[in-house]
Write a protein that binds this ligand. Sequence first.
Ligand code: GDP
Ligand code: IMO
Ligand code: MG
Length: 432
Amino acid sequence: MSAFVVVGMQWGDEGKGKVVDYLTARADVVVRHQGGNNAGHTVVVNGKKTIMHLIPSGMLHEKTTCIIGNGTVLDLAVLLEEIEALEAAGYSTRGRLFISDCAHVIMPYHKLLDKAQEKFRGKHRLGTTGRGIGPAYADKADRFGIRLGDLIDNEVFRPKLQQVLDYKNAILAETFGEPALSFDAVLNEFSAYAERLRPYVADGVTLVHQALAAGKRIVCEGAQGSMLDLDHGTFPYVTSSTTVAGGVCAGAGIGPRDVSGVIGIVKAYSTRVGEGPFPTELLDGTGELLRTAGAEFGATTGRPRRCGWLDTVQLRRAAMLNGATSIVLTKPDVLSTLDTIKICVAYEINGTRTENFPTHVAALERAKPVYEDLPGWKADITACSRWEDLPGSARRYFARIEELVGIPLSIVSVGPGREQTILRQDPFQKLV
Ligand code: GDP
Ligand code: IMO
Ligand code: MG
């Protein structure tokens, strides 16, 4: 029995999609356990780029079963588009893709409310993806949510929608001055989705446990990153789900004992999309260079990502939160032209040095990074396929990251392609 969690250790877009696809060659099942189509996970196989928003990134391996877990929130139009795109590209989905009947559905009012709330926040906006994620998770906690299992049962869906829509229309009209949504239009649109999705709907928890009992290897694909976690991230500049590794237990329905390892994905520098504190952000030419060389534009919204140096204060916090057993380092190739590479080793807050990540954004906003300089390697590493092929200064940079974060590096990714991956030690080693 073994489930391995793949988790983003920064603010998202660390390269989880690429890594999950790579790891899937040695896995039987891939589960997405949280988030929605706020995520954009990029997989490049034989030069062809596929961006997954909801479907697990293991889907491009024909023998792998993929499960969208109960902890996710689903925009059904996006989900159907993704299924169709995969089918059109020659990947079968029937009998291979399963969607939990307990996953919550993103409804039209969630998207309207997401946008209206952002407008209401004005200069304090969060910079959400506008996909209705926050309002959908809020309805789950508020017990107004509609689950996929409700949707595919006409007798349950109709009265439930009537009740919820009356309530939401009142909020949209009275609080935000938005027009009411038509019950018939929503009912018809979502009943049509239900018909098309019905063959994929399953009890995700039973499927996961059947796989565990059969001794299969499961990769759990996290979305977003640890600093966007609802509890542990830079609140309120976070997403609305549990993005740290522990979220897999609730979001896929497995106990902590079934988790054999946590693979933390770390980008060789930092990026963030949306608002919120970012101590090592570079607003200069180096930031621009990282954005251009790293193609740092959102895979979901196309927004330019904010870029900055690697922050090991933040990473040590993520290491604690996730219990990561190894690190996969991505995108060091983006740094290949730099003479000097900086790593943040501590913060100075109100004149006092600290190695600890502050728990509140007010302190984080005042944090000034303390840097250590390392020599760059000034060489193209994108064709390196073995650890020994990497230049000495690149290996020294990687070793320093291991030392500062306190977790061994199992894999280095040197380009977006599946094959541009250096395996240094087995990330599936059971350490617990
Ligand atoms: P995710 O959300 O964590 O899955 O990451 P995204 O797909 O949003 O963003 C990562 C981007 O970096 C994508 O465009 C990937 O194709 C690309 N990428 C992944 N690994 C590497 C790498 O090692 N080097 C380079 N240059 N690009 C990479
Ligand atoms: P992946 O899985 C980067 C950010 C948004 C915003 C905040 C809240 O590709 O790493 P939301 O729409 O979730 O309510 O927005 O979270 N955000 C991401 N940033 N990568 C993501 O996903 C993100 N998903 C949400 O930009 O700041
Ligand atoms: Mg992404």
